[in-house]
Structure formats: structure tokens, C-alpha cells
Design a protein around this ligand. Sequence first.
Ligand code: URA
Length: 239
Amino acid sequence: MRIDKMLANLGYGSRKEVKDLLKSGGVKVNDTVVKNGKEQVNPDTDTVTLHGEVIEYKEYIYLMMNKPQGVISATEDHYEETVVDLLELEDAVFSPFPVGRLDKDTEGLLLLTNDGQLAHQLLSPKKHVPKTYFAVIDREVTEDDVLAFHEGVTLDDGYVTKPGKLKILKSGIRSDIELTITEGKFHQVKRMFEAVGKKVVYLQRISMGPLKLDENLELGEYRELTEEEITMLRETKPK
Ligand code: URA
């Protein structure tokens, strides 16, 4: 592959910018400065560096983020900080986007990738990919709620949800719960609790299909998925 194509594919700028970058002498292939964009490189065997930093060539990037509150699940926004703003430049150059949305005040597992096909597969309503949330509810959650969620509840717009699996972890004047749903309607978890007269006061996504939130990730931190996680995601079958 041509070196200018490789750099452009990786998001290092337009053709003109990549040309200037090469001209500046900052790019080396196997320790030799390369200024000609037509130079052929083999991304698997050649070591390409930019200002001394090794450039890893890959087409796709898969990131697991522990999304903090206060940032929106979008790639760009004029007013709000986005999850993509939290990425290091070396990851942002791949132009990843969030797979689905978490509300601004929701924390937890968010997958970011530039693999449109995988994203589509995970978001497809036909696939029914289960998503599990931990939530704190403003009052007592009861076995009646477990039953109601199991049967499907009617949201404020009249939509009847598919069955949700509600597990009460701690019940009291405030309750801790886990809820697994297979749909992704707007504000779904919050609206399901509103349907039974309760309010979500804290919401965190802990899993999506086979992917579990890595407990070592602090809020706002992220890491690349392992090969095993990527394979598991690709093999996610309809329920
Ligand atoms: N359900 C919600 O209400 N909010 C989220 O962020 C995710 C699911």
C-alpha cells in the first residue's frame, strides 16, 4: 500500500496535509525518512513512525468506555462535551462513533467503533441484543414490578415494551436493581420505571450482549477490546 494512502486511511489528514506531513520529513519507514507519498509499505512487516512514534495500521478500532455522567453519546456537538472528546488523538483518528446512546446522566459501558457493520448488527432491533443496567430507584421496588416488567409495561407514548428481566438487589425506601432489556427505545429504562410510578435516580449500563463493563476502567477511561471480545460480539446471535 502507498504510504500516503496508509496515512490518509488512518486519519492523518487530507491528501494535501499528508503530502505536507511527508515533505516535513517526520515520517520514517524502517528508520529511513520517506518523503515520497508513492512509496510502498507493508503495514504488517514495515515499521512506520511519525515524529518517532510508531503508527499502528488497522482498519477498525473497538473501544470499551466507562462513560461518565455529563458527556453526550455523540461524535461532535457545538455545546456539549462528547464521548469522542474523551479519546486520545491516536484513537480519535480512526473516527469511532458510539454504538447506541446512553443519556447524558447515564454511566457505564459504551462501545465505540468505526466498524459500521458490527454496529448495525448490535443495534438491529431484530437481533434483540440484551443490555443490562444497574439502577437506583427512588422508592421500593416490588415483586409486582418484576411481574409487570416480565409482561411488558406501557410507556408514556402507548408503546408496550418487550419483556424485561428485573432483579431486585436491595429493596427499601431506595432500591437497587438490575434490569435486562432487549430493546433500545429512547430513555427506555427511565420510562419503564415511570410506567410503574417510580423514578430512576442513578443509571449505569453494565453489559451489552456478551460484553461486560471492565471494572478496572475508571469513569471516563476506555480500552481496546480484546480479540476474544471482538469475536464474541461478532458472533452475537439473535435471541
Ligand atoms: N435507558 C435510559 O433510560 N437511559 C439510558 O441512558 C439507557 C437506557
